[in-house]
Write a protein that binds this ligand. Structure first.
Ligand code: MN
Length: 246
């Protein structure tokens, strides 16, 4: 069975670059075929989406986020969305699409809500893990800092808006730093919603579903967000995503 890798790019328009040939070339597909002892002809339509490994060990975000939280969040929630998605798209028109294309095609369609929710949650979490780094936090690199200051007035104001968005989001969802046209903005989305279906380009995200913080912070969502901003947020990832939009 050939596994399709998900190449996380903030800019969803890059999805077109992830064609089937790229997946096969980068996944060691030929070795998998031999190991499984199957004929290539029966592999058609049998490819499944996969998620990348965590970019750090499960305990690397401690003491801000415990290994237990990361283990359950990645191993049960994130993988659960992926497994659901693969089941839902098996044998459908979506089975051969990239993750980004599945999200674009099902967004806003009530009869495709289950596929959209599981696809978007699969994408959001892969983006989320990369939005943090054990040595993160602090100030963004100068190029991004200047853009933040011109968009928000100050870096402190940007952080304030992130915490405010997280605490005012009712229920479950995500807080994002995005590029919207020429400016940076903080936006919040409910449940599985992703900003790129509205044309905004995500630079960073923070998961504010309770499963992201409840074991460590219980109801103190603002503390979780503030600590993540101070110690974990991966500004280098944001810079990379920002540069990709230019
Ligand atoms: Mn989550």
């Amino acid at each position: 069975m050939i596994k399709r890798n998900i190449d996380m790019k903030a800019n969803s328009s890059n999805a077109k670059g992830m064609n089937r040939r790229n997946f096969i070339a980068s996944s060691g597909g030929a070795m998998l075929i031999l190991a499984a002892g199957t004929s290539p002809s029966i592999l058609k339509g049998a490819e499944i989406l996969t998620i990348p490994s965590l970019p750090y060990p499960e305990n690397a975000l401690e003491p801000i986020i415990s290994a237990k939280t990361v283990s359950v969040h990645y191993g049960k929630h994130h993988k659960g969305y992926l497994d659901n998605l693969n089941k839902l798209i098996s044998g459908t028109e979506f089975a051969d699409m990239t993750l980004e294309l599945i999200i674009q095609k099902t967004s806003g369609q009530t009869d495709k809500a289950a596929i959209f929710n599981n696809a978007a949650q699969t994408w959001n979490h892969t983006f989320y893990w990369r939005s943090m780094n054990p040595n993160g936090g602090g100030e963004p690199p100068k190029s991004l800092l200047e853009k933040i200051e011109s968009s928000f007035g100050s870096f402190d104001e940007c952080k304030k808006q992130i915490v405010s968005a997280a605490t005012t989001l009712f229920g479950s969802g995500w807080v994002w730093l995005v590029v919207d046209g020429k400016v940076l903005k903080v936006v919040k989305t409910s449940n599985a919603e992703v900003p790129f279906v509205s044309g905004m380009k995500p630079l960073l995200t923070m998961d504010v579903w309770e499963h992201a913080y409840y074991l460590d912070y219980q109801n103190r969502r603002a503390d979780f967000i503030a600590a993540t901003l101070d110690k974990l947020i991966n500004w280098n990832f944001a810079v990379k995503n920002f540069e990709a939009t230019m």
